[in-house]
Ligand binder design. Structure first.
Ligand code: ATP
Length: 614
């Protein structure tokens, strides 16, 4: 039986308190079932918004939408923790649009009623697009602007001179516009903080304080994130909310709802290069993949390393101009690239201080680390870059943590780029055991020194969300046959080659830059110098023999399958719990065994029933 939620109803979570646990459980399950049937229309939204939602193919609201939208429509402040990819954007955008539309029925004076703050420029772009989509059938009544483009102050001013109903921005840019008088928050009604924990972290605190002082009284505040620590919740409550309703939905996702399979691979520093080469060259994972590395140099290094084997990938990092970054994301979502190598610098900058405090295990030096990090953030890099938070990468088959992040919350956000909106996905993370750290200098990286400790935190944090990580072991024996190829490739990717690749990429961006187009028209000699430099640049030595995997390296059964041409994807798939195998890799692996490719036993690298990339 369906029931329309009306404005005075308690949200369904509060229903179902009885004396007997069994009855309580039954009733709760019934309510949950009823709730799942709720439609967007029953949430009490404007028909034009419902039309837009239908156009996007949303049949029913997700859990977070069912819970948060009625509260927001009642005018309550909401502090919401819900897992990645669960539909939080619509949960906060729709009530803001509903508010604007409702007001416009009686009052048409132009003013900015909604401010949505996000931590990165990529996310601002995405949220702005979502607003455009949700207001497709009321575009005359709702206008929105984003303040994160690389445009001059004059252009930004003229954008704001039209008094958009909703503004999407990072805190820094919003404050800059308020300070310059271009943006007025005098009549603001709705404030949203997406990725609230990050928006309020120390990189943005000054801007947030300034903004909070510019807000009129009675602004309704919504804050969302997949990760909010209790200390952060207190800060959030204190700064912006009057008396917020806390929705902690992470625990409501049952293990049976889980569509994400998580593995970790404990291995040596050079082995992760070898395993990654095998995973991508032998297509052990099929479909779009996102690989996270710790820093910019590493992203180029891995890209050049893959190029040695003809594995194509593209790069995302904070040095690239925002327009390029957005284009890369769009093209990936359109299926043009299969692999993105993203450097998650923010994760390394913010580290795990807060989590350490939360767990009472801070190792000291926090302030110093902060200062150092702040210093590091200066320079050419865009501090408002980030792809692990909030970006709705479409259909990502797997997230690979080539370098483990330094905090459990970074991990949650990174792996949240796959298994979104009810889809399935895999996360694979490389973990360097303490005794193997620093043993292979050329591939060693500082951020991995504490991998095992971080893994323990990750396991605890995931358990709180009814999720688990399983160990995964690769066959050492079969990997060894490929090691010399890996070493050849690593040797070719020299520091000079990495530096050149980095400058070449920036040079390309300059050549493509719309802003510099005019300058180049007036100075053609400069343009030809830039092009010439690009051609002369030192490239990583190309080694033809690495491009293909020779048959003799593959076990017999793999050759048979390859010639049949019928085998493609070798999925990572768990076997029954009782069929454990002794992991060969590292000598003492206790990983599970895996059913591979339609019932074959053993892990993918053991069976090798795979198709080579042409
Ligand atoms: N009701 C719905 N039905 C079907 N798909 C939906 C629904 N709501 C949202 N989606 C889709 O789910 C995907 C994830 O949504 P969204 O980006 O809002 O997640 P999120 O919770 O904000 O994730 P993150 O924590 O990573 O920011 C999007 O592709 C969106 O279009």
């Amino acid at each position: 039986m369906k029931r329309k939620l009306n404005q005075d109803d308690e949200p369904p979570a509060a229903v179902g308190v009885t004396a007997e646990p069994e009855k309580k459980k039954e009733k709760k399950e019934k309510v949950v079932e009823e709730e799942k049937e709720l439609s967007f229309a029953e949430l009490g939204l404007d028909p034009r918004l419902i039309q837009a939602v239908a156009k996007q193919g949303f049949e029913n609201p997700t859990l977070v939408q069912r819970r948060a939208i009625p509260l927001a429509l009642k005018g309550e402040d909401v502090l919401c923790k819900a897992k990645t990819g669960s539909g939080k954007t619509a949960a906060y955008v729709l009530p803001v649009l509903e508010g604007v539309l409702g007001r416009k029925k009686t009052d048409t004076t132009p003013y900015t009623a909604g401010l949505i703050l996000v931590p990165t420029r990529e996310l601002a772009d995405q949220v702005h697009k979502a607003i455009e989509e949700f207001s497709a059938f009321c575009a005359r009544d709702v206008t929105a602007a984003k303040l994160t483009e690389n445009v001059s102050d004059a252009v930004q001013r003229s954008l704001l001179a039209n008094v958009p109903d909703v503004v999407v921005s990072t805190p820094a840019r919003a404050w800059k516009s308020v300070e310059s008088g271009a943006l007025s928050l005098d009549k603001l009604k709705y404030l949203v903080l997406d990725e609230a924990d990050l928006v309020l972290s120390y990189g943005y605190d000054e801007d947030m304080e300034n903004l909070s002082r510019s807000l009129p009284k009675g602004v309704q505040t919504t804050m969302m994130s997949a990760t909010l620590l209790s200390a952060e919740l207190d800060t959030l409550k204190g700064i912006f909310c009057r008396n917020p309703t806390l929705l902690d939905l992470n625990e409501e996702f049952g293990a049976e709802d889980e569509k994400l399979t998580q593995y970790y691979v404990k291995c040596g520093e050079d082995d992760k290069w070898l395993i990654s080469y095998l995973i991508f060259k032998l297509q052990l994972i099929k479909g779009p993949c996102l690989i996270f590395v710790a820093d910019i140099d590493r992203s180029y290094r891995l890209k050049l390393f893959f190029e040695q084997f003809s594995i194509r990938s593209c790069i995302l990092n904070s040095e690239l101009p925002v327009n390029t970054r957005i284009k890369v994301i769009e093209e990936f979502n359109r299926g043009i690239y299969d692999i993105i190598i993203a450097s998650d610098e923010r994760s390394e900058v913010f580290g795990d201080e807060k989590e350490e405090k939360e767990g009472g295990e801070e190792e000291g030096g926090g302030e110093e680390k902060k200062k150092k990090n702040r210093g590091e953030r200066k320079g050419k890099r865009d501090e408002e870059y980030g792809v692990s938070r909030g970006i709705d990468f479409k259909n990502v088959a797997a997230v690979v943590n080539f370098d483990l992040p330094t905090s459990a919350s970074s991990y949650t956000h990174r792996i949240g780029r796959t298994a979104r909106a009810g889809r399935t996905g895999i996360a694979i993370s490389f973990v360097i055991p303490k005794d193997l750290y620093g043993k292979h200098k050329p591939t060693s990286i500082k951020s991995c020194e504490r991998d095992e400790k971080v893994l323990a935190k990750i396991v605890r944090a995931q358990a709180k969300m009814n999720r688990k990580l399983d160990p995964y072991n690769f066959s050492k024996e079969q990997m060894e046959a490929f090691r010399y190829r890996m070493n050849d490739a690593l040797r070719a990717v020299t520091k000079v080659a990495i530096r050149e690749a980095r400058t070449r990429e920036l040079r390309q961006e300059l050549l493509r830059s719309e802003t510099l187009k005019r300058y180049f028209e007036e100075n053609p000699a400069e343009l030809s110098h830039l092009r010439h430099d690009g051609e002369l640049g030192h490239k990583a030595r190309q080694q033809a023999h690495l491009k293909h995997v020779p048959d003799y390296l593959l076990p017999k059964e793999a050759k048979k399958e390859l010639t049949k041409g019928s085998v493609g994807f070798v999925p990572f798939k768990k076997l029954d719990k009782d069929k454990k195998h002794k992991g060969k890799f590292g000598g003492k692996g206790k990983g599970r065994s895996f059913k591979v490719g339609g019932g074959r036993k053993g892990d993918p690298l053991k069976t090798f029933k795979v198709r080579r990339k042409k």
